[in-house]
Design a protein. Structure first.
Length: 219
């Protein structure tokens, strides 16, 4: 014999079932994944020499432009129950070292400022559909010379970290890309300035340090 749930009981039960994910999700603490896009150790190269007007330049890195491409898999959320998904994300990155090359004065130390940072993610082959997270971190980093030769200098960078994603309206789109559609690519771009006019005319190549993504607001 078939049993039909009374309409009044059904009306009470459905919201409870629908709310299970939210209740369980609220109990899940933020989850941090280290080096999710294989960015650790990547190099960001300046697009033009430092210019004296602001002693600044732009740097960039794109996983789809490397040989072979540095594409990476979707984030694995299969162990999270009830179809719960994160609705907030913060992507962090750091700079480990920098090489200065060209005809300029190379001091023993100087201070770099990370003026802007942008990280774009897209499903491989669909760069036009990228989601871009950006910030103006204004992080100051001391560079200390560790070596080099004629026309080049290598510098270690003091501990630093900058992030994108907090409060960014493009986070939902970025999360959708990172959790569905298969292989992904990412690009990192930044505007950098230095406090020493003597560096004008040289190019910079940065090596990225640790990177991570922290997922939160599960429901």
């Amino acid at each position: 014999m078939n049993y039909v749930l009374p309409a009044t009981l059904l009306a009470l039960t459905l919201p409870l079932l629908a709310g299970c994910g939210s209740i369980v999700g609220a109990a899940i603490p933020p989850q941090t994944l280290s080096n999710p896009a294989n960015l650790n150790g990547a190099t960001l190269t300046s697009t033009s020499p430092l210019v004296v007007q602001r002693v600044g330049t732009s740097v960039q890195y794109d996983t789809s432009a490397t040989v072979p491409a540095g594409s990476f898999d979707d984030l694995d959320l299969s162990e999270i129950p009830l179809g719960i998904r994160p609705y907030a994300a913060e992507i962090k990155a750091s700079l480990k070292s920098v090489t200065v090359a060209g005809a300029c004065v190379m001091p023993e130390s100087f201070t770099l400022t990370l003026d802007t940072l942008a990280i774009s993610v897209w499903n491989s082959g669909d760069k036009a559909g990228a989601a871009t997270l950006s910030a103006t971190p204004n992080v100051n980093v001391v560079a200390t010379r560790t070596g080099g030769g004629v026309g080049t200098g290598t510098y270690s960078l003091a501990a630093n970290s900058a992030s994108v994603g907090k409060g960014d309206v493009n986070v939902p789109k970025a999360l959708s890309i990172l959790t569905s559609g298969g292989k992904n690519d990412v690009s990192v771009s930044a505007k950098i300035s230095a406090d020493n006019d003597g560096l004008a005319g040289c190019n910079l190549t940065f090596t990225l340090g640790d990177s991570s993504v922290t997922l939160s607001n599960f429901k």
